[in-house]
Design a protein around this ligand. Sequence first.
Ligand SMILES: [Mg+2]
Length: 384
Amino acid sequence: MTQTERIAGDGGPGRVGRDDAVVERLEVIVLSVPTSQPEADGTLAWDATTVVVVRAHSGRVHGTGWTYADRSAAGVVRSLLEPEIVGHDVMDVPGANEAMTRVVRNAGRPGVAACAISAVDIALWDLKARLLGVSLVGLLGRARDSVPVYGSGGFTTYDDETTRRQLEGWVTEQGVDAVKIKIGESWGGAVDRDLHRVSLTRRVVGDDVAVYTDANGGYTRGTALRVEHAMRDLGVTWFEEPVSSDDLVGLAQLRARTLADVAAGEYGWTLGYFEQMLAAGAVDCVQADITRCGGLTVWLQVAAVAAAHHTDISAHCAPQLSVHAAVAVPNARHLEWFADHTRLDPMVFDGVLQPVGGRLRPDTGRTGHGMVLRDRDVEQFRVA
Ligand SMILES: [Mg+2]
């Protein structure tokens, strides 16, 4: 039977006969790992990181994907995505991604469902690469060998000493040339402390390391502009979500009046979201999260849309997964070496990469993305 006959005979791409490798089952594991101390940014506080891990099985091989999302994403995988994906040809990941998008129509693609789709999509890409016996970047093809990372954390709950230690760690141990701290504390109600912490950051890292700030949408347009003016003396070159990322007009207005690059996009759940943000001229660099936007499949599409707008993409969080996507596109500016994830990942996965000289480089000697869940060690964190 030819591929064309299979497609014609069973209702669409990806639904194939038993002699082909298919996805046999999805396994979902939910872990909750407490943070080392209470953490907050300008507009949210938390004390744990939840990771929803999906394993896609085909025969004796499985691929692993995950999303840093609420545990409800696991329910979406079990109730909506698994029935759709079991039986799918393991080679046809874009088809699986499209099938998942279609099946969540009434549940709503943005938010939790997009996180669930992302975890499954990443597991399927990993599974495909492992079945073919190649690295994930070998499967995708590389635009370059490695990608820069920037240190990211600087939570508003930290005292100065904690901030100092974190900043020094990134610069001396990871060799980064850029660091990012959270500002916009208490929804923009603590500007003096914000500026004190930016000033501290500049003093700790010196003049040769770029200083970035992230307000997580905590400021009004006017306050954001005044804060950016105050940060010019401190050489801040990246201002993330100075206002809500839903305020595309406000972002575009600020971008026209600031020296720092304006960045946003971490709450992008669909490809169309990123096109609207870029078409509005809202950002100098668009951010996309591979564990939220629809997985590797959609992240690569976002990078292409950004390229069409002559704009860089930066990978939001999830550095161990993002690196494989980022080396596959020419316009990835950097990865976010996010404190919560860089602490959590080695606690639950084997095969975690570490930056060298401020850059992360996939290991092409390992199949797939190279990471596996440490089953025995994660039981203590398991909540579903
Ligand atoms: Mg952010």
